[in-house]
Design a protein around this ligand. Structure first.
Ligand code: SAM
Length: 345
């Protein structure tokens, strides 16, 4: 009984429904901010449950909009929610919610891509990286337009222990387009295996929690939505700098249907391409005729280690970008063509 009495004290007092707030403040969804709202509080409760127990937790919510998910977070026993919202139109509705949850909801009007989350929470939230995760969570029904860029940025922060990860192994519960959620969690050999699968699974335990049908959102997006939970690993599976890993993985996946050595080749300038590709594949002991989707993370680790070794022998390799070489070549070709057809010639 005592426990249920405590739980009851988390509940928000009666408020206008999210739908009523949308009408009250005339909050039409803006397409360029990827606004698709969740009005069904059973669904927002289900998203919040994926984060695990939030009792006394600190939470950063990305893009609260009209505040449906925010209500579920506040009802789950958290001590502090910090919401970051780009669109000014939602601020009055969020202030109303903040008054209903005194001292528990902080509102930042800003852009999550530039917001300094390392300054958002008190220092005593922090836990050493090797220990259990801190009682700090990031939760968000992310705008599709920023979701992939944001998770890549946070994965890099995770590798460097910066941003939200200055507090330790901060957990994330986020929504993505269903296809992106599938890529994030795809295992070796699956059709969806991609750069995102390796980058995420190298640094986290990633769980595809459940799918929300597009029709549950207002307005209805073209696609279904996946809820994904991330817990940073104590130790990354690939012990190389984030940018180096990203470069190897990106190059390998650029020809996803071809043999993996095709992508590896593009890590090297034309003049030494064949020789260094053979050396890298030999050193990594990876079969060059495997497809990128068939490679395991230990095989990517071996490739990244072999590439790092080659870069210690020839430092200029690290800054070599195949696409840049291609761009310069194309430019030179165009200039030559113009010069060749010039009447002054
Ligand atoms: N959380 C609400 C819900 O579930 O109904 C709204 C979700 S809607 C998909 C995405 C929200 O993120 C919108 O409120 C939008 O204004 C906001 N948003 C878009 N880009 C943003 C950014 N760069 N930084 C912060 N918020 C952003």
């Amino acid at each position: 009984m005592a426990a249920s009495g405590k739980l009851a004290s988390f509940r928000l007092p009666p408020l206008p429904t999210v739908g009523e707030l949308i009408k009250l403040y005339n909050l039409r969804a803006e397409k360029q901010l990827s606004q698709n709202f969740l009005l069904d509080l059973r669904l927002t409760d289900k998203i919040v449950r994926q984060a695990g127990s939030l009792r006394d937790a600190h939470v950063c919510e990305v893009g609260p909009g009209p505040g449906g998910l925010t209500r579920s977070i506040l009802n789950s026993g958290v001590s502090d929610v910090l919401v970051v919202e780009k669109d000014t139109r939602f601020i009055p509705g969020l202030k109303l919610l903040s008054e209903a949850a005194p001292g528990r909801l902080r509102i930042v009007h800003g852009d999550i891509l530039t917001y300094r989350m390392d300054r958002g929470f008190p220092e005593n939230v922090s836990k050493p990286w090797e220990e259990d995760p801190p009682n700090l969570h990031i939760i968000g029904n992310l705008p599709f337009s920023v979701a992939t860029a944001l998770i890549i940025k946070w994965l890099e922060n995770m590798a460097d222990r910066t941003g939200p990860f200055v507090y330790g192994r901060t957990r994330l519960t986020l929504t993505f387009q269903k296809e992106v959620a599938e890529r994030l969690t795809a295992s070796t050999g699956s059709k969806q295996r991609s750069r995102l699968s390796i980058m995420a699974q190298n640094l986290c335990t990633v769980r595809n929690c459940f799918t929300i049908p597009g029709r549950a959102f207002v307005p209805k997006p073209e696609v279904d939505v996946g809820v994904v939970h991330f817990t940073p690993l104590v130790q990354a599976q690939i012990q190389q700098p984030f940018k180096l890993v990203e470069k190897v993985v990106r190059n390998v996946f650029q020809f996803r249907r071809k043999h993996c050595h095709k992508g590896v080749e593009k890590l090297f300038p034309e003049a030494c391409r064949v020789e260094l590709t053979q050396e890298m594949m030999r050193k990594a002991d990876v079969d060059p005729v495997l497809r990128p989707t068939e490679l395991t993370i230990p095989q990517f680790r071996a490739l990244a280690d072999a590439y790092a070794h080659l870069c210690t022998q020839e430092a200029s390799l690290l800054s070599y970008e195949f696409r840049e070489e291609l761009r310069v070549k194309n430019l030179a070709r165009k200039i030559k063509k113009i010069a060749d057809t010039s009447p002054d010639k």
